[in-house]
Design a protein around this ligand. Sequence first.
Ligand code: GLV
Ligand code: MG
Length: 327
Amino acid sequence: MSFTIIDQAPARLNRSELAVPGSNPTFLEKAAKSSADVVFLDLEDAVAPDDKVPARKNIIEALNDLDWSSKTVSIRINGLDTHYMYRDVVDIVEQAGQNLDLIMIPKAGTAADIYAIDMLVTQIEDAKGYTNRIGFEMIIETALGMQNVFEIAAASKRNESLHFGVADYAASTKARTTVIGGPHPDYHVLTDANADGNRDVHWGDMWHYPIAKMVVAARANGLRPIDGPFGDFSDPDGFVAQAKRAATLGCEGKWAIHPSQIDLANTCYSPSEAEVTKAKRILEAMEQAQKEGKGAVALDGRLIDIASIKQAEVMVQKAAQIADNDA
Ligand code: GLV
Ligand code: MG
């Protein structure tokens, strides 16, 4: 281990993160009753300019009047390049900050963006005498944000999670796709010709690099890496495939841009019973090995060692957290 100890963000379930437009009070009510681990009430891209002010008011009412106790609630403020942002923060934190867990910062580009909002939120919290501290979730969705993702991740003690905003990221990097998340047929390799002269097409994952980079930045700073939207909500199989790819790389959850995606995300990001049983067997086998003074042993024909303990512990802790949540 390094001498540097990484503080971990507060442990929250973040398997599914439901996006809800602040402009629609009915959706806000439904979101509070949903099975999403986290709900973010949107003031940014799902809200048209004329609806920004009413959406703020709806969100303040929803935070103060609805019961969010079974979940984490966040607001997605407008970008720092807009004049909406300061009122999003000032009005909502002043009028409903004690009921707000997180603020989502879109299009985070530099560490200074996070610093600026930290300063504003700190002043409001102090002035109001709030005892809760609001955490931050940053969307990494521009080339600038991806370039500076390591500094952004370390920019504030409030930081809890990084999110891959695939739609804006595609626009910012001028990627040649118009779908939101998922693979693209042009991103493929061709196998060499077989005996009949035929070549197979193997689709690749064009989002592998940004997600993997964001996972490193998040984990190196004790934050949760979360995969962003999958636009085609009529394609549950495509959603699950993308969610599994991101989970395999280390992501802890995924956005749901439609209620039908919530349970899919909750399932994909919960360890299965078989995984938890295996993890518990690894812990037992390693406990026995340590009693016998061994650093590594074989289990089911595979080597396990001290590193396996940490992986197994993460799995068992996650299962316990989910069980607590469902109790
Ligand atoms: C999310 O905000 C995205 O741009 O994908
Ligand atoms: Mg975006």
